[in-house]
Structures are given as C-alpha cells and as structure tokens.
Design a protein around this ligand. Structure first.
Ligand SMILES: Cc1cc2nc3c(=O)[nH]c(=O)nc-3n(C[C@H](O)[C@H](O)[C@H](O)COP(=O)(O)OP(=O)(O)OC[C@H]3O[C@@H](n4cnc5c(N)ncnc54)[C@H](O)[C@@H]3O)c2cc1C
Length: 94
C-alpha cells in the first residue's frame, strides 16, 4: 500500500504540475475521469473507500477544479494532506 501510494502520488502531482495552463474541455473531462477512476479502481480497498467518502462529502476540498494548472495542483496537494492527516503524517503547505 505504501509503495502504491508513493508512486500514485508521484503520478498525480506530476499530472498537476504539467496540466495545461489553459485546458481544453477534453483536458478538463479527462481529469474528472481520472479522479473518478481513482475512487473506483485504486488497488487498495480501504484507501479507495476513504477517497470516495472524501470526494463526496468533504466540502472544504470540493470537486476537482479543472480550469487551471495552479488550481488542480493545489487541490491535489490538499487531497494528499487529507490522507496525510488520516495516516498521521505531516501536512504540506499547499
Ligand atoms: C489516493 C490515495 C489514497 C490513499 N489512501 C490511504 C489510506 O486511506 N490509508 C493509508 O494508509 N494510505 C493511503 N494511501 C497511501 C499514503 O498516502 C502514502 O502514499 C503511503 O502511506 C506512503 O507514505 P509516504 O510517507 O512514503 O509518503 P507519501 O504520502 O506517499 O508522499 C510521497 C511524497 O510526497 C510528498 N508529499 C507529502 N504530502 C504532500 C502533499 N500534500 N502535496 C505534495 N507532496 C506531498 C512528500 O515528499 C512525500 O515524501 C493513499 C494513497 C493515495 C494515492
């Protein structure tokens, strides 16, 4: 789970920092699908459940913002922090 998590975060933060500054509708849809697919298919059942709960109920986090690289990167950092809090790890300054 730790290895999977580390690699997945690496991938997600990489997607965030390389996301277009001016995304097309197709880019925006792809990010929404990516986040939804994580909640559906992430290969750690308890993580997936926690993620689904977070995505559907965490009003502070809100839905994934797809309009800009900066907003998406910050949101991914905040999502990672929510998991950090759950696992007792230090939060990042997003
Ligand atoms: C979507 C998802 C859900 C998960 N859910 C759970 C769960 O419910 N329970 C569980 O035990 N584990 C979960 N994990 C795994 C967990 O988040 C860690 O990946 C794992 O515990 C390994 O932790 P780590 O200390 O190596 O660092 P990781 O949390 O994997 O982080 C890797 C590196 O990213 C950097 N980093 C840390 N926080 C941030 C941030 N906010 N923004 C940017 N960079 C940051 C740090 O340099 C860190 O060393 C989940 C992983 C993912 C991807």
């Amino acid at each position: 789970r730790d290895q999977l998590g580390r690699h997945t975060w690496y991938f997600l933060h990489s997607v965030g920092v390389t996301y277009p500054e001016y995304p097309t509708p197709a880019d925006e849809q792809a990010v929404r699908f990516l986040v939804a697919a994580l909640g559906q298919l992430f290969p750690c059942k308890s993580c997936r459940r926690h993620l689904q709960r977070t995505l559907s109920t965490n009003v502070t986090l809100g839905p994934v913002p797809t309009a800009s690289r900066e907003e998406l990167s910050r949101w991914l950092c905040q999502l990672h922090n929510i998991v950090n809090i759950k696992t007792g790890k230090a939060e990042f300054l997003c």
